[in-house]
Structures are given as structure tokens and as C-alpha cells.
Design a protein around this ligand. Structure first.
Ligand SMILES: *Cc1c(COP(=O)(O)O)cnc(C)c1O
Length: 444
């Protein structure tokens, strides 16, 4: 199996990540456990920062925190000099509580509530990415009421169909719930509207064409379309963009056959396209912002499970059940996402059987991996599923009232708990049994 980052097989034949033997992590923290390779996260952050610095363009690299939003992660991202995207008051709260500088926070989303807008303005965030005209007038009204001016980008759809991993992950096409379409004139109209709002400062536009993209063509085409649009609104409306945000979506390697480019290659393709297509539009080239999520944190995560039961159906298949599943990783059920796996406590054993990895929820669709080759799997073995750093913990649920796992950061042989495992008390923490129902129960 492919080993990411600092993952390696140690002398005991155990998987080791960040210098920590996963059998020891299991003993200390239990399973399921999300193990995050801190060095690899930092390396990815630096790859983006270095590649942009080399381009000579002004830039911001904003980590899309929805991929994995916890306070310790916000701290690392801040330390590495990145900016941060949030999509809700919860992600904003997490970032602010972690001490992330508000000026480097950008607020996304297609349905920001008035409360969320107020909270973000009061915090002094750097920029709103305005998705639609309803939001624009609400933002103008709230900003005016508070007597402040807020920076905005307009989210536009450039009409690019990215070759994303799943249709739900494509966002740059005309038929999308997100943003103003360039092709049908909605974006042009939005620039005119935004320019007329006294309390909005229009910095430029934002385009996010999809997720888990392996080619550069979609990004280059988006740059070309956005550049043509930038030229048009400058000439016809006198609007000048100082920022062009090209979103995220850079692919990573989940399984064999996935062929992501190096971070530097994605960045070079974008910055070269910007230099080509934006030349001569304004006095100087716009700042380029990007928003990687998955490619910052995805391959740095490994989920460790303990194997429990199994069921062999002669001539059909063998199911092997682990102590987690769709509650900690809903991506296979949601997107038919593929993962690899290894027996982390017997990593050198030869593969012997093909099994399918089932979760423990009451859903036939709660399957993590179909048909993976492993050594003969026994109850109590440790199963490691790599590449679970993005959209796993952040998408985890309490379905079946299963408790969300703990998260540890590992580096240089040290492990640090960054999210504790939920307790039984956490599970019922928000439950209320009304007095009326208690009385009825007692009366019976
Ligand atoms: C989800 C999202 C991202 C991050 O996408 P990745 O595929 O994780 O890089 C960036 N920007 C926007 C607007 C998004 O919705």
C-alpha cells in the first residue's frame, strides 16, 4: 500500500506515523482514531506558499477549513502564514477562538444568515465572498447600519465543467446553486450592483470549479474566462479587480491510479495563465488567491480502526466489520469514494484474502471499502485507512448515536490529542425531556 508523508513500517512490522507506532496510539487513545501527520500538513502549506512566492505575483493561500476545521488546525495554518476560509458561524467561531487573525478570514457560502454576517463584520473579517443578490443587499444594509465598509469578492461561475471525482463536486458550470453566471450576464449585473453599494468595497471575483481535479486545463480555462470578464467590466463599467480568487479543488492520491500533480505544478499553471491572460488589462496584475482544502490536509490523515466481526458468504464475499464506518467517513456512501487499507499491526504479512470493509451502522450502504486485499484478518487486528484527513472528521456524524472519534496530531515520535473522543454524556448533552412528559410517565 502507498505510504504517505512520514508513514512507514517499523521493525515490529507496525505502521508508524510521525514516529508513533499506531499500536501504541491505539493503547493510549483507543479506536477509531484519526491520526494526523503534522509534518505533512505543514509541508503542504509550505508547498503552496513557496510556489506562489516563486511566481512573483501578490497572493493569499486560504485553507478551506471545511475540509478539517478544528482549533489546532487553525493554529498550524496561521503559523504557516495561510489565510482561512469559513462557510458558517461554527467554522468562524472555531477560527476566532483559535486566535486566527480575522483580517485573513474569508467568508463563503450561498446562504449566509443575518446573524452570521453580523458576527463576521463584528469580528472584522477580511472579505465576504458574495454569492447572490439577496446576500448583497443584506450585507450592504448590515454594513451601513454598523457604519462600516466591507471587502467583497463576487462568486462567479465561469462555465467550466471540471473533471471532478463526482458530479456533486463540480461547481463551475452554469447549472449550479453557487454564484453569478458569467455566460448569462448575471455576473456583469452583479458587478454593476456591487459597485453601486456605498458600504461594499468590490475587490474582485471568485471562481471555484470543483474538487479532486487532476488536470490544469479547467483552472487555465477559468483564468481565461475570468480575465475576459475582468477586461469587459473594466472597459464597460470602469470596475477594477485587484483580487482574483481561483478557489480550491486540487486533487490528491487516494488510491492507485489517482494521478494528482505536484502542488507547484498546479500553482505554476495558474500563475502562468494569469500572467498570459491578464497582461494589459489593468496597471498591474491582480493578486491571486486560492483555497486548497483537501490538498492541504487530506493525505495527512489516517483512520485507525479495530477489526471486530466478520461474515463470509461462500462464493460471494467476506465482510469484515470495523468499529467505525460512515459516521467517521461518510465519503464512500456519499460519493462512492475509494480508499486503500492495510493491517497496521501486521503490515509486513503477505496478502491472503480479498475482503470488504463494513462499518457498524444499521445501513447496508455503510461500507468503507469494497474488495481490498489483506492478510488473513482476525478480530482485534488494526485496520488503517489512509488519506482520511479531509472531509472525514468534518463530515462525521452521531448517526446511531455513535460517538465521534478522537483526533491526534503526531510528529517526531510525539502524539498530541487535539480532539477528545466524545463521551456518552456528550451524546445526550443537548437532550431535554420536558417536565410534562416526565409527569405523564410517572402517572402511568
Ligand atoms: C470546498 C471548497 C474549497 C476547497 O476545495 P478542496 O477540493 O478541498 O480543495 C475551496 N473553495 C470553495 C469555495 C469551496 O467550496
Amino acid at each position: 500500500m502507498f505510504l504517505h508523508g512520514t508513514s512507514r513500517i517499523n521493525a515490529a512490522g507496525h505502521l508508524e506515523i510521525g514516529g508513533c507506532d499506531v499500536t501504541e496510539l491505539k493503547a493510549e487513545y483507543g479506536t477509531p482514531l484519526y491520526i494526523m501527520d503534522e509534518q505533512l500538513i505543514r509541508r503542504r502549506c509550505r508547498e503552496y506558499m513557496d510556489a506562489f512566492a516563486a511566481s512573483g505575483l501578490g497572493f493569499q493561500v486560504a485553507y478551506a477549513s471545511k475540509a478539517f476545521s478544528i482549533m489546532a488546525m487553525c493554529r498550524i495554518v496561521d503559523e504557516e502564514g495561510l489565510s482561512l476560509d469559513v462557510v458558517s458561524d461554527g467554522e468562524l467561531y472555531t477560527a476566532l477562538q483559535a486566535g486566527f487573525p480575522a483580517a485573513r478570514i474569508h467568508f463563503h457560502g450561498n446562504n449566509k444568515t443575518p446573524d452570521e454576517i453580523e458576527m463576521a463584520i463584528d469580528a472584522g473579517i477580511g472579505c465576504f465572498v458574495v454569492d447572490n443578490l439577496v446576500e448583497m443587499s443584506m450585507l450592504q444594509a448590515i454594513a451601513a447600519h454598523k457604519g462600516v465598509t466591507v471587502n467583497v469578492l463576487l462568486r462567479v461561475t465561469p462555465g467550466v465543467e471540471a473533471h471532478a471525482h463526482h458530479a456533486y463536486a463540480s461547481t463551475g458550470q452554469t447549472d449550479s446553486k453557487f454564484g453569478f453566471d458569467i455566460g448569462n450576464g448575471a455576473a456583469y449585473n452583479a458587478v454593476r450592483e456591487a459597485s453601486a453599494q456605498a458600504n461594499l468595497k468590490l475587490l474582485g471575483v471568485h471562481s471555484h470549479i470543483g474538487s479532486q481535479i487532476f488536470e490544469t486545463e479547467g483552472f487555465q480555462l477559468a483564468v481565461e474566462r475570468v480575465a475576459a470578464f475582468t477586461r469587459q467590466v473594466k472597459e464597460e463599467l470602469g470596475a477594477e479587480f485587484t483580487v482574483v480568487n481561483l478557489g480550491g479543488g486540487f486533487g490528491i492520491r487516494y488510491v492507485e491510479g489517482d494521478t494528482p500533480l505536484a502542488v507547484s505544478e498546479y500553482v505554476a499553471a495558474i500563475t502562468d495563465a494569469v500572467k498570459t491572460h491578464f497582461a494589459g488589462i489593468g496597471e498591474k496584475l491582480p493578486q491571486i488567491w486560492v483555497e486548497p482544502g483537501r490538498s492541504i490536509v487530506g493525505d495527512a490523515g489516517t483512520t485507525l480502526y479495530t477489526v471486530g466481526t466478520n461474515k463470509e458468504i461462500p462464493g460471494v464475499r467476506k465482510y469484515v466489520a470495523v468499529d467505525g464506518g460512515m459516521t467517521d467517513n461518510p465519503r464512500p456512501a456519499l460519493y462512492e469514494s475509494k480508499y486503500e487499507a492495510m493491517l497496521a499491526n501486521r503490515a509486513n504479512d503477505a496478502t491472503e484474502e480479498t475482503v470488504s470493509i463494513a462499518g457498524k451502522c444499521c445501513e447496508s450502504g455503510d461500507m468503507l471499502i469494497w474488495d481490498v486485499e489483506l492478510p488473513k484478518v482476525e478480530s482485534g487486528d488494526l485496520l488503517a485507512v489512509p488519506c482520511t484527513g479531509a472531509y472525514n472528521y468534518s463530515m462525521a456524524s452521531n448517526y446511531n448515536r455513535i460517538r465521534r472519534p478522537a483526533v491526534v496530531f503526531v510528529q517526531n515520535g510525539q502524539s498530541d490529542l487535539v480532539v477528545r473522543r466524545e463521551s456518552h454524556q456528550d451524546i445526550i448533552a443537548n437532550d431535554i425531556v420536558p417536565e410534562r412528559i416526565i409527569k405523564q410517565t410517572v402517572a402511568k
